[in-house]
Design a protein around this ligand. Structure first.
Ligand code: CA
Length: 227
């Protein structure tokens, strides 16, 4: 049985789902606004979140990003939209599954079981954590101290690679090979430029580094500055 958080402003739907899921033995919390839902998600760390996209206080897609920044709990989107592009964008943004309204409790429960099975196997590997940095390789989302970082594709790949090897010095040659797929070519300055952009997004400078430490003539390493 699971701890389920429902974020839904429609009172009828909220009460129907709460009752039906509780009758099936789940422990259910329900919130009617996005921000109440977000704080409950942080405080209670439910097993799964059912997120209505049409909320009065915050756009569902924005709320999904905020949840993803602070929690790895699987999110099932409940949407009245059947717009495939929007649904694909939400799945890319870190939603685990979706149901289209109106849906049955049986269907929702089956989706819940499926995401919980997947997240159990994903959690076995889990996100990469270095100090206040959380790097979710599956969702391709990185956050620092609970704030999602706005990274380009290459910046994310660079950070993810350094995080996998955190505490070790990684050469620019290796970064060119692994991140840029240029094992024999490419230029160190490509790496340098991306490192400086990444550094800026992490809120640090080369003169006062925190996470990103350059080892002159050797390469760069990602460290936990509090360690
Ligand atoms: Ca709604």
């Amino acid at each position: 049985m699971s701890d389920i958080l429902i974020i839904e402003d429609d009172q009828r739907i909220r009460e129907r789902l709460t009752k039906a899921l509780a009758e099936r033995g789940h422990s259910v919390d329900a919130r009617k606004t996005g921000f109440e839902g977000l704080s409950t998600a942080v405080e209670h760390q439910p097993d799964v979140i059912i997120l209505d996209l049409g909320l009065p206080d915050v756009d569902g897609a924005e709320l999904l990003k905020m949840i993803r920044a602070v929690s790895l709990t699987p999110v099932i989107i409940a949407t009245a939209r059947t717009d495939e592009t929007a649904i694909v964008a939400l799945l890319d943004a870190g939603a685990d599954d979706y149901v289209v309204k109106p849906f049955s409790v049986d269907q929702l429960e089956a989706r819940i079981r499926a995401v919980l099975r997947r997240s159990a196997s994903k959690r076995a590997s889990g996100p990469t954590v270095v100090g206040g940095l959380i790097i979710d390789l599956e969702g391709r989302v990185a956050s620092l101290d609970g704030r999602v970082l706005d990274l380009s594709r290459k910046e994310f790949d660079l950070l993810a690679h350094l995080a996998e090897r955190s505490g070790e010095v990684v050469s620019k040659r290796e970064l060119l090979a692994e991140v840029w797929r240029e094992p024999y070519g490419g230029s160190d300055s490509t790496v340098d430029v991306h490192l400086s952009w990444l550094r800026k997004k992490l809120g640090e400078t080369a003169a006062e580094p925190r996470y990103l430490r350059t080892v002159f003539g050797v390469g760069v390493k990602l460290v936990d500055p509090s360690a």
